[in-house]
Design a protein. Structure first.
Ligand code: FAD
Length: 309
């Protein structure tokens, strides 16, 4: 059954991993007793694998998806971007996924590599990619698309961003995975706004576990400009590592203890988010596993996510 069909009957629960750069990383993720096998024990509906901007790591992306497909414990979903791809490239690469039995795709414009101003490919936006996939492959793919509750960082307005999301639906997308958003009031506003705009696609909520101060700040600011609620800022302040959390050799005598305490507080904060999301009209929870299982296992166990199934 496709992920979109499951969403018609109940909420889904899924993980996201990325293609490791090294053989050691691949073994850790895909080897016997590795991270994927640990993730399967939580019975996710699907596991998605990211696609390197500019096409880097594509080989390993397919290796990871092949492993998920062969194991048969969760539906493999590939991410795919317009970056650097001609229409011929896209046709060939997507046919290759189908030949490998991978028929679920998250269709993205892609993060522009540093210094780029466009995709350097034949397609410029995710709307075009969705349309192209439907034209070339009809209904062979289940297509997910990204939605940004706070508005994509480059959008000219939230309204414009929502209208492009509507276009993704009109072009044939099946469901939305939402971008990182900690601002629950904004999320609820966005959900109402997209429904008012005629977007009925199910919304699967992308959740990044909060585990380190530096990672949280980077996720919030490097690409997305996410609002950080006061409660999250207070946790960050409480466990701040001096001189700053990016310093490889902090002079803060409590640095290790603060890291540990922040980690626990961050995971509990993430569980609070899961609770709030589940009280909205959503279709699933999509946890960024970051190629580790301990943190997401803690969240799954203590939030009761499995009760969704
Ligand atoms: P689009 O929907 O194309 O939007 C990009 C910008 O253009 C927006 O500001 C939008 O408002 C504007 N826009 C859209 N259509 C038009 C139009 N017709 N005319 C004018 N403006 C328009 N990136 C990767 O490189 N690899 C990954 O694996 C990856 N995985 C991701 C997973 C998830 C769940 C999410 C939410 C994001 C992921 N990203 C990934 C990041 C994503 O590629 C970036 O956020 C990217 O900058 C935008 O992609 P998009 O598909 O949302 O773009």
């Amino acid at each position: 059954m496709s992920v979109a069909d499951i969403m018609k009957t109940r909420n889904t629960f899924s993980f996201e991993v990325f293609p490791p750069k090294t053989d050691v990383g691949m073994e850790k993720l895909c080897g016997e007793g590795g991270v994927l096998e640990q993730l399967y024990t939580m019975h996710p509906d699907y596991i998605s694998c990211t696609y390197g901007a500019g096409g880097s790591n594509v080989g390993k992306n397919l290796e990871v998806l092949d492993k998920i497909k062969a194991d048969g414990k969760a539906t493999p979903v590939t991410h795919f971007t317009c970056i650097g791809n001609t229409k011929d490239d896209i046709r060939e690469k997507l046919q290759n996924y189908l030949d490998h039995g991978i028929n679920h795709i998250l269709a993205l414009r892609g993060d522009l590599p540093f210094g780029w101003t466009g995709t350097n490919g034949d397609l410029h936006y995710a709307t075009e990619l969705v349309k192209f996939i439907r034209q070339e492959f009809d209904d062979q793919f289940t297509i997910a698309v990204a939605g940004s509750p706070e508005g994509h960082i480059q959008c000219r307005s939230l309204e414009a961003d929502i209208s492009f999301l509507k276009q993704k639906q009109d072009n044939g997308a099946n469901y939305i995975i939402s971008q990182l958003c900690w601002d629950m009031d904004q999320f609820r506003y966005w959900l109402d706004a997209i429904r008012a705009a005629g977007i009925w696609l199910p919304v699967d909520v992308g959740i990044m576990p909060i585990t380190t101060i530096s990672g949280t700040l980077t996720n919030a600011l490097s690409r997305n400009a996410c609002v950080m609620p006061r409660e999250l800022c207070e946790i960050i302040s409480k466990y701040w590592i001096f001189p700053n959390p990016y310093d490889p050799a902090p002079y803060d005598a409590d640095a290790e203890k603060k890291k540990e305490d922040f980690h626990k507080a961050g995971l509990d904060y993430t569980i609070g988010l899961v609770d709030q999301y589940r009280a909205c009209d959503i279709a699933g929870i999509h946890l960024y596993a970051l190629n580790k299982y301990e943190d997401v296992a803690y969240i799954v166990k203590n939030s009761g996510i499995v009760d969704l199934i």
